[in-house]
Design a protein around this ligand. Structure first.
Ligand SMILES: Nc1ncnc2c1ncn2[C@@H]1O[C@H](COP(=O)(O)OP(=O)(O)OP(=O)(O)O)[C@@H](O)[C@H]1O
Ligand SMILES: O=P(O)(O)OC[C@H]1O[C@H](OP(=O)(O)OP(=O)(O)O)[C@H](O)[C@@H]1O
Length: 342
């Protein structure tokens, strides 16, 4: 076994699954893998890990690069943000547009390429990593509406989505001005707004005079507030998603992983609520907590009483317990669900 390197030939025949290597999506993605019993040991600093119990290799990549690897079919499956997939999509479209402008491809070829998409297909929404990509400006500044930013400097890590957004906005402004006869002479139809690419800490750009406005992610809004910025529009709303390439190497394994992950998500979202109630009140209780399909009802060893077991969305459990208690349910218990399968 001299010179054996786990990342070498052993990738052969394995399904390649990209996972965010750092940042906001990393831990939640690792939790999903654990819940789906995808067992691996990642060697220090190595971005490839072989899964012990399935024919899969995990590839740890920046979330922003995962749509490129999946879209080009180099990796079969991936976890990343919907925003990153949209950014990749917009980038691919911009590339075809540029190639059409340079005469490399015809307008028909551009339409056909766009129709084929960027190669990433959404398998399922993972429910975490929720945030919004928003246009932000200084709270006490002179800009109040997105149109005020046309022709100005915009800092962002989402260059293609920002370009797409401002191209649409500029077209609207031009149309308005053409209708009122105010269109500036020599308008070229090219993007007048300058999109400045920044790779992080984008919120600092306005205060430091690099940009007039920014396009960046907002979750709690704390970073935005701390930087003295306010939102004036939303470009994209996002959550983490599972994506697959157009022709994955092992579609059955993709389905198996998707099914397992779906089970983990359901388990995270629901709790199991158990209670005892008089059979005469069961209908009323079922209306309060109808369950995913239907509650499981078992006869109790006490005349006229039943035991009920029902799945309830975690976020709704407190008011549901209150209501069940109010109509006479007893011994209400709430249990965590470790895993589930539809
Ligand atoms: N504040 C947030 N709340 C929830 N999800 C977020 C947040 N910020 C980013 N995300 C999601 O996580 C994805 C990756 O963003 P993140 O900033 O963690 O990436 P990164 O650049 O790989 O990490 P880092 O910022 O550590 O360099 C985003 O595209 C988005 O989908
Ligand atoms: O609304 P909030 O809850 O404050 O979250 C928003 C911040 O989170 C992300 O950055 P992150 O902290 O991942 O670091 P980055 O700026 O280096 O990307 C995003 O780019 C915002 O800066």
């Amino acid at each position: 076994m001299a010179n054996f390197h786990p990342a070498d030939t052993s990738l052969e025949g394995r399904l390649l699954f990209a996972v965010p290597k750092k940042g906001r999506l990393n831990q939640a993605a690792l939790n999903l893998l654990e819940g789906a019993d995808i067992q691996f040991r990642r060697e220090n600093r190595l971005d490839i890990a072989l899964v012990k119990n399935l024919s899969i290799a995990l590839i740890f990549l920046p979330a922003a690069d995962i749509p490129t690897f999946v879209g080009e079919g180099r990796v079969d499956l991936g976890i990343t943000g919907w925003d990153q997939v949209q950014e990749h999509d917009a980038g691919v479209r911009a590339l075809y547009r540029a190639r059409r402008f340079s005469g490399e491809i015809s307008p028909e070829e551009e339409v056909a390429q766009n129709g084929r998409g960027s190669g990433c297909e959404t398998v399922l929404d993972l429910g975490f990593g929720g945030c919004k990509l928003q246009v932000q400006v200084p709270e006490k500044g002179i800009y109040n509406s997105p149109k005020d930013l046309v022709g100005k400097n915009i800092g962002t890590s989402f260059v293609h989505l920002a370009e797409k957004y401002f191209a649409k906005l500029e077209a609207e402004v031009d149309l308005e001005q053409a209708q009122t006869g105010d269109l500036p002479a020599g308008s070229t139809g090219k993007l007048r707004t300058k999109i400045i690419e920044l790779s992080g800490s984008v919120e600092a750009a306005c205060a430091l005079g690099v940009a007039d406005g920014i396009v960046d992610l907002v979750e709690s809004g704390e970073t935005m507030k701390a930087a003295g910025l306010k939102p004036i529009d939303t470009v994209v709303e996002t959550t983490a998603i599972l994506i697959k390439s157009r022709n994955p190497s092992n579609p059955e394994l993709v389905d198996l992983i998707a099914q397992r992950i779906r089970g983990v998500i359901t388990a995270q979202k629901y709790v199991l609520c158990q209670y005892n109630i008089r059979r005469s009140t069961l209908m009323e209780a079922t209306k309060i907590a109808p369950g995913k399909r239907a509650p499981t009802v078992t006869t109790l060893d006490e005349e006229g009483w039943v035991a009920v077991s029902v799945m309830v969305e975690k976020k709704r459990i407190a008011p549901i317990m209150d209501q069940l208690s109010k109509i006479g349910a007893h011994d209400i218990l709430v249990l965590d669900i470790k895993n589930s399968r539809d």
